[in-house]
Design a protein around this ligand. Sequence first.
Ligand SMILES: Cc1cc2nc3c(=O)[nH]c(=O)nc-3n(C[C@H](O)[C@H](O)[C@H](O)COP(=O)(O)OP(=O)(O)OC[C@H]3O[C@@H](n4cnc5c(N)ncnc54)[C@H](O)[C@@H]3O)c2cc1C
Length: 256
Amino acid sequence: MFQVKADIIAREEVIPGVVSLTIVSPEISKHAKPGQFVHILCGEHEDFILRRPFSIHRVMPGRTFEIIFKVVGRGTAALSKMKLHDTLDVIGPLGHGFEYSEQIRSALLVAGGLGVAPLLYLAEELTNKHVKFFTMIGARTKTELLRYIDFKRMGKMTYAATDDGSFGHDGTVVDLLNRTIHQLRPEIIYACGPEPMLKKVAETADDFGVKCQVSVEAKFACGVGACLGCAYNTKQGHKMVCQHGPVFDAQDIIWP
Ligand SMILES: Cc1cc2nc3c(=O)[nH]c(=O)nc-3n(C[C@H](O)[C@H](O)[C@H](O)COP(=O)(O)OP(=O)(O)OC[C@H]3O[C@@H](n4cnc5c(N)ncnc54)[C@H](O)[C@@H]3O)c2cc1C
């Protein structure tokens, strides 16, 4: 874990209200693993004393890492207004990420909305390890379907679902799960997205006897397991999302 003052070297408004920042940090980018996150001070005002967590979205090892975020409140609004060459105070990489190896025969990645954030990095690492994987991405509407092309470019089968039917399946990724798992027989499922989606993915994986890892969200202050603000109920007792997670074995979670 490092605390660095890091420059922004690229900024993109991916869609209205969703911004990606590429940040220079040889230390964080060298040590990061898919599923881990960074904790960022979003400004100098007292509103921003608490850092905000963001998944590591992409990495150029030893050079830069990227985050992608949706503007939902004051912290993310301030961060979205940062400009090229502004400097951020960043702590990371933090948390426990996805577990994977080249021994995996095939994997299924399931992302809802901003859930693509950690999964694109995982997809790149699986590609490097020659692991076959398939992706399902869900969003409210076609224009909010994030990184669909990036997943497709990796040459793997990519399914899309939109709530309004404007692209891909008319409905949610959850609707497609049974059929997809039945057809593809993945050895493991990795998922990130809204909690109801994760719960359903976990239940379906369990029905098929497929291993499943989920990246969950909770609000916390410290990011290192000290403030106990992000306790998640698991079969092994309370675990801290920031320290023991954000990635957990889905079978261990006792869903709220
Ligand atoms: C491990 C982890 C990784 C994350 N990665 C990403 C990412 O890659 N991209 C991204 O867009 N967001 C991500 N988030 C969520 C992001 O941290 C919050 O959206 C951000 O902290 C909100 O800050 P804010 O000051 O803009 O909003 P606030 O003013 O603090 O809150 C605005 C609204 O967002 C809700 N909110 C705030 N924090 C959270 C949270 N942690 N979970 C659920 N709802 C929240 C509040 O209830 C409120 O409705 C992640 C969260 C965690 C815990």
